[in-house]
Write a protein that binds this ligand. Structure first.
Ligand SMILES: *Cc1c(COP(=O)(O)O)cnc(C)c1O
Length: 388
């Protein structure tokens, strides 16, 4: 059966489909329908931090599926309670949590919480920011490519230059409900924030009574070498959104909530599937694996090794290599689509971030042998002019 043909026939049309049908994964490897092995340097945009088919996730899902799959959050549950304790323990000062089912839902919840808490309407996001594709989160997403055709979006959302303290200082006022920020921009091109900037954002928000939302949907759960990227900066946000790798690949989102957030009373928000026992069991197992295998530390050490090797590649086509932990961007002087194609032909799956950046988000369990293979293929591919 030709699965690609079937998908091409029935797809909604909103995805640019690859010619590659993937049917299995193991660690940092993916396998196509013919059994060919690919090194996954995308992790499904940062979902598979634990690697594919982790046995502890499989076991937790099997056990919980045989116990209880669904339960609305108005009824307490053993798995959810344990997860609440575990996840809030990760960030001192954030003792409450709201569960949902995806990244964009976490951002929507954070926006509602910020409005109800402050009684203010406006939001400030950064240029190049990506926060999701539903109307609220899309309003905070910067790129025209995602926004065009969907206006009018949420009023009162403005974008300021990233890492620019003066621009933010001018923008935040008594009508600002919250500033939303990725501390390493992902989709926008892999740009880490500076230490001074993040500290200034916190100070400016505090001075003007605005909340700080940090979007850790891509950077969370070990990716940058800390459990959350904000921990590199020594700052506590008021709302922290996460999703992607929270539950070992199972769909889930969450918002961690700090003490400044008020007025969260029954009925203010909710989600049918949010906090279901199956996702919670997977997230409990995922957080255990992250601790047992010390995945943040693995990302830090392997990220430093990979970064060092990438910076040594001598190529007239590379403009800059940047990132944090195992979240790495290679900015090229030309469009990267041909390079990604060349990598895929050499059995490496990588991502773009905009037109000119190759984004590497491998599972944090990637082996050194796999990293060396990646570097060898990249050295070969990136020293050539793929746009010829
Ligand atoms: C992926 C992502 C989102 C959106 O998550 P979905 O689960 O696709 O809705 C939001 N913010 C950031 C930073 C992301 O990387």
């Amino acid at each position: 059966m030709n699965f690609a043909e079937i998908e091409n026939k029935h797809t909604s049309g909103v995805y640019a489909k690859q010619a590659l049908t993937i049917v299995r994964g193991q660690g940092a490897s993916l396998f196509d329908v013919d059994g060919n092995e690919y090194l996954d340097c995308s992790s499904g945009h940062g979902v598979a931090n634990l690697g594919h088919a982790h046995p502890k996730i499989a076991e937790a899902l099997y056990k919980q599926a045989n116990t209880l799959i669904t339960l609305f959050e108005s009824f307490p549950n053993d798995q959810r309670a344990m997860l609440m304790e575990k996840i809030t323990a990760l960030v001192p000062g954030m003792d409450r949590v709201f569960f949902c089912n995806s990244g964009t839902e976490a951002v929507e919840a954070a926006f509602k919480f910020a409005r109800i808490s402050t009684g203010r309407k406006n939001f400030i996001a950064a240029m190049r920011a990506f926060h999701g594709r539903t109307f609220g989160s899309l309003s905070a997403t910067f790129n025209k490519k995602y926004r065009e055709g969907f206006e009018p979006l949420l009023p009162g959302v403005s974008h300021v230059a990233y890492n620019n303290i003066e621009a933010l200082d001018k923008a935040v006022n008594e009508e600002t409900a919250a500033v939303i920020l990725e501390v390493v921009q992902g989709e926008g091109g892999v740009y880490p924030a500076s230490l001074e900037y993040v500290h200034a954002v916190r100070r400016i928000c505090d001075e003007r009574g605005a909340l700080l939302i940090v979007d850790e949907i891509q950077t969370g759960f070990g990716r940058t070498g800390r459990m959350f990227a904000i921990q590199h900066f020594g700052v506590t946000p008021d709302l922290l959104t996460c999703a992607k790798s929270i539950a070992g690949g199972v769909p889930m989102g969450a918002v961690l909530i700090g003490a400044n957030v008020k007025n969260l009373t029954p009925g203010v928000h909710g989600s049918t599937f949010g906090g279901n026992p199956l996702s919670c069991a997977a997230a409990n197992a995922a957080l255990d694996v992250m601790a047992e295998e010390d995945l943040p530390r693995q990302a830090e050490v392997k990220g430093a090794y990979l970064m060092d090797r990438l910076k040594r590649i001598q190529s007239p086509h590379i403009r800059e290599v940047r990132g944090l932990g195992l979240m790495i961007g290679i900015e090229m002087k030309q469009k990267v689509a041909p390079y990604l194609k060349a990598l895929q032909e050499r059995k490496i799956i990588a991502l773009n971030a905009g037109m000119t950046v190759i984004r590497l988000l491998p599972p944090l369990v990637i082996t050194y042998e796999q990293i060396d293979r990646l570097v060898n293929v990249l050295t070969d591919a990136l020293t050539q002019d793929a746009n010829d």
